[in-house]
Design a protein around this ligand. Structure first.
Ligand SMILES: Cc1cc2nc3c(=O)[nH]c(=O)nc-3n(C[C@H](O)[C@H](O)[C@H](O)COP(=O)(O)O)c2cc1C
Length: 323
């Protein structure tokens, strides 16, 4: 069930997606503990790194417990992308350098001409990947979308360029930039990419549990699946997928006690890393995600999304789960 990215052995085919504001060290540790074979860190800006922006440098924080880990960078300018990759190569303990060619948000894809905007320029993609691979010793991977929009689906062409440029794996999020996160991912694009390159292909888009993971692996032939939104408030998804891929076992959903303990554990870990103020702000998103599917939790959801201190969150959580 393992696969390899260059010489790095990944113990299974289950991967945490890079998610800005989510895939930080505490969440990556949880994901690894619960069964992800590889975790991606949220994207960092090439220019932010090169200007030693304090916030950007802090995003590079990682621990041994989360390895193997891929650090993603985004940018559009060849020289600063290469310099940022060299910086990661030399200053980070990450195992892989990943290049973002899929981010759809206007600040990245339109204003900065980075992320998914690069899909419009396969020659520049080649040049960026080739120049980075030449300069770094860590494996280089690239995360792409299907294309810019439905008229310009070019993932296969781009994937071939990425392989020729020396990358060690490609992730395909099978939506166009124009789709954002709406609608369904078109897994045929992942299948077509897999058929056209020989480096590992990681499939991404709409995998949320064991059956959908198996379906994507079987249908597309991809080497591994990457899970984004299905992991929000749900680090258990990795062990669920792992069990299902091994022998079709469907694990029970976490108990209310497990959900309660996880919310408090995640809160503590975020506050330890980022301080109480930021930890609580981030938990305003994670908290409600943990409550998805739990009955009568609308008041708690609201309380968590407005909480100001750690003690306040712990109080609300205890009151709800211990009643
Ligand atoms: C909150 C959020 C933040 C994201 N941040 C990033 C990012 O930093 N880099 C990236 O390549 N993709 C990012 N993505 C996209 C995901 O990695 C993934 O491609 C997408 O969510 C589709 O997978 P899913 O259907 O499993 O959610 C983000 C997605 C979400 C929901």
């Amino acid at each position: 069930m393992s696969f390899k990215i260059k010489d790095l052995v990944i113990e299974n085919k289950i991967i945490l997606a890079p998610m800005a504001g989510v895939s930080n060290s505490p969440f990556r540790i949880l994901s690894r503990e619960y069964g992800a074979g590889l975790v991606f860190a949220e994207m960092v800006s090439d220019k932010g790194l090169l200007h030693s922006n304090e916030k950007t440098i802090k995003l590079l924080y990682m621990t041994e417990a989360e390895k193997p880990m891929a650090q993603q960078i985004f940018g559009s300018d060849l020289k600063s992308m290469v310099d940022a990759a060299v910086y990661i190569d030399q200053h980070s303990n990450a195992d892989i350098i990943d290049i973002n060619m899929g981010c759809p948000v206007p600040k990245v894809a339109i204003k900065a001409q980075a992320g998914a905007s690069l899909m419009k320029n396969p020659d520049l993609i080649y040049e960026i990947v080739y120049s980075i691979v030449k300069k770094v010793s860590k494996p280089v991977t690239v995360k792409i979308r299907s294309g810019w929009d439905s008229d310009t689906v070019n993932a296969v062409e781009v994937a071939k360029k990425i392989e020729q440029a020396g990358a060690s794996a490609i992730t395909v999020h099978a939506r166009t930039r124009a789709q954002g996160y709406a609608g369904f991912a078109d897994w045929d694009v992942i299948k077509a990419v897999k058929e056209s390159v020989s480096i590992p292909v990681i499939g991404n888009g709409d995998v949320v549990d064991g059956p959908s993971a198996k379906k994507m692996l079987d249908y597309t032939g991809c080497d591994a699946v990457m899970i984004g939104r299905g992991a929000l408030g749900n680090p258990w998804v990795f062990r669920e997928i792992d069990a299902y891929l091994k022998d079709g076992t469907i694990l029970d959903k976490p108990t209310l006690q497990e959900v309660k303990d996880m919310i408090i554990h995640h809160l503590e870990a975020l506050c330890d890393l980022k301080g109480e103020h930021i930890g609580v702000l981030e938990m305003r998103s994670h908290g409600p995600w943990y409550l998805k599917g739990i009955e009568h939790a609308s008041t708690l959801r609201k309380q968590l999304s407005q909480a100001k201190t750690k003690d306040e969150i712990i109080g609300y959580v205890n009151a709800f789960f211990d009643k």
